[in-house]
Ligand binder design. Structure first.
Ligand code: URA
Length: 240
């Protein structure tokens, strides 16, 4: 990897800032001053210092966000604010992207990472990684709906959903539910309720695989996943 790219990724500033550091002779690789940003380094092997401080190379970042309503699950957008716009510079420099999408009006747990392989596995339909949602529904959710979701319902495009687990928390003119689905079709939860003649008023993701939304995160806040949470996601989507 180029030294300028590595230092920019490790949050030593923009490529331009990094160029200045190099020019000033502040960067050393294995004890030797390096001034050319194009110089190649082996980040896992070489000892790299900036002003004498060791650069600890971090390849992957893993974050959880409590996504607020009104932002889109993308890295950039011409019109709307994205989830990446809500992250601090120390995270953005690692170029994380959201693992899957939540609708603009959906809140809750969003994992962001720059680990393409883990992201791919978590989203692979074959892995059936469960996702738990809380929703407020316009209408009375009934035991009959629960059984229909358990069997699979037909969406507007003819697709029959995989068995899903519906827990009815309260039932009235407005109901509250929790739903566990193991797939991620476009607008899936909303379309499942449409299939039984009801409308989702509010939707929040609570859990992905074994990882739960940290209740201390306010909407828009993020934190790094713990080592244990990363291992849980690895186990939820084994590579074999
Ligand atoms: N299902 C939906 O309808 N929307 C989401 O954002 C996530 C799941």
């Amino acid at each position: 990897m180029r030294i300028d790219k590595l230092l920019a990724n490790m949050n030593y500033g923009s490529r331009k800032d990094v160029k200045k550091l190099l020019k000033k002779g502040l960067v050393k690789v294995n004890g030797t001053m390096v001034k050319d940003g194009k110089s190649h380094v082996e980040p896992e092997l070489d000892a790299i210092t900036v002003s004498g401080d060791v650069v600890h190379y971090v390849k992957h970042v893993y974050l959880m966000m409590n996504k607020p309503a009104g932002v889109i699950s993308a890295t950039e957008d011409k019109v709307h604010k994205t989830v990446v716009d809500l992250l601090g510079d120390e995270f953005v420099s690692h170029k994380p992207f959201p693992v899957g999408r939540l609708d603009r009006d959906t809140e809750g747990l969003l994992i962001l990472t720059n680990d393409g392989q883990l992201s791919h596995r978590l989203l692979a339909p074959k892995k059936h990684v469960p996702k738990t949602y809380y929703a407020k529904i316009d209408g009375r959710v009934t035991e009959k709906d629960r059984r229909r979701f358990e069997k699979g319902v037909e969406l507007d495009d003819g697709y029959i959903t995989k068995p899903a687990e519906l827990a009815i928390l309260s039932s009235g003119t407005h109901s509250e539910i929790e739903l566990v689905i193991t797939e991620g079709k476009f607008h899936q939860v909303k379309r499942m309720f449409e299939a039984v003649g009801k409308r989702v008023l509010y939707l929040k993701r609570l859990q992905m695989g074994s990882v739960k939304l940290d209740p201390s995160l306010l909407p828009g806040q993020s934190r790094s996943l713990t080592q244990q949470e990363i291992e849980m996601l690895e186990k939820d989507s084994p590579s074999h």
